[in-house]
Design a protein around this ligand. Structure first.
Ligand code: AMP
Length: 215
């Protein structure tokens, strides 16, 4: 099974991917995570992407498609892929078709997480993660049970994304509306788009996605 999780920043793509990885043995291919790793490693790609990401703009199609191509080629054929945050433009959607074909895969579903933009700013500007295991938290909705200690691994180090501030979030949403949402009709023509209410409780969103995958 190969699926795309589509939705603006903060829609819950990462959270829902984590569930699919844990319970369905799928693999999450997040171009955002790959780019953040490249920035951290100060690789050539990272150096080119850093400032663009900080402004909330999109990194070039060539860079992200090359990242996806390399990851998919290195994956076992029997592992399903979750594309999280990719494709984000029409050119990337076309590249993905070629990359999937080359790897003998086909796209099963494009799941759109539908969300209210103002609520997203509130969601994103409060989020932080454990620096050790990546568990997600939120200042207002999900604090660790013991203050300052990760529930999952016990680490006391947490981090916030530099692009999770209101100004950049608004820019990222603008990019989503202008460049990413318009790719939906491309997939709608193939009858593989499914919509889920991304404002529902996390468990309910998970159930809705599971029902789509089982259909
Ligand atoms: P994300 O973690 O998916 O919210 O991505 C964080 C940032 O990385 C975005 O705001 C973009 O600057 C960049 N990025 C991630 N994925 C892509 C993509 N598919 N195309 C272009 N830029 C991307």
């Amino acid at each position: 099974m190969n699926i795309i999780l589509l939705g603006p920043p903060g829609a819950g793509k990462g959270t829902q991917s984590a569930n699919l990885v844990e319970h369905h043995g799928m693999r999450q291919l997040s171009t955002g995570d790959m780019l953040r790793a490249a920035v951290k490693a100060q690789s050539e790609v990272g150096l080119r992407a850093k400032a663009v990401m900080e402004r909330g703009e999109l990194v070039s199609d060539e860079i992200v498609s090359a990242l996806i191509d390399a990851e998919l080629a290195a994956m076992g054929d029997d592992v399903g892929a979750i594309f999280d945050g990719y494709p984000r433009t029409a050119a990337q959607a076309e590249s993905l078709d070629g990359i999937l074909e080359k790897n003998g895969r086909k796209l099963d579903y494009v799941i759109e997480l539908q969300v209210d933009e103002d609520a997203l700013v509130d969601r994103i500007t409060g989020r932080f993660t454990c620096a050790n295991c990546g568990e997600g938290y939120h200042d207002r909705y999900k604090l660790p049970e013991k203050e300052g200690v990760c529930d999952k691994c016990g680490s006391t180090e947490f981090k916030r994304r530099p692009d999770d501030n209101e100004e950049t979030v608004r820019k990222r949403m603008q990019e989503y509306r202008a460049k990413t949402a318009p790719i939906l009709p491309f997939y709608e023509d193939r009858g593989i788009v499914r919509r889920v209410d991304g404002m529902a409780a996390i468990e309910d969103v998970t159930k809705a996605i599971e029902a789509i995958l089982a259909s």
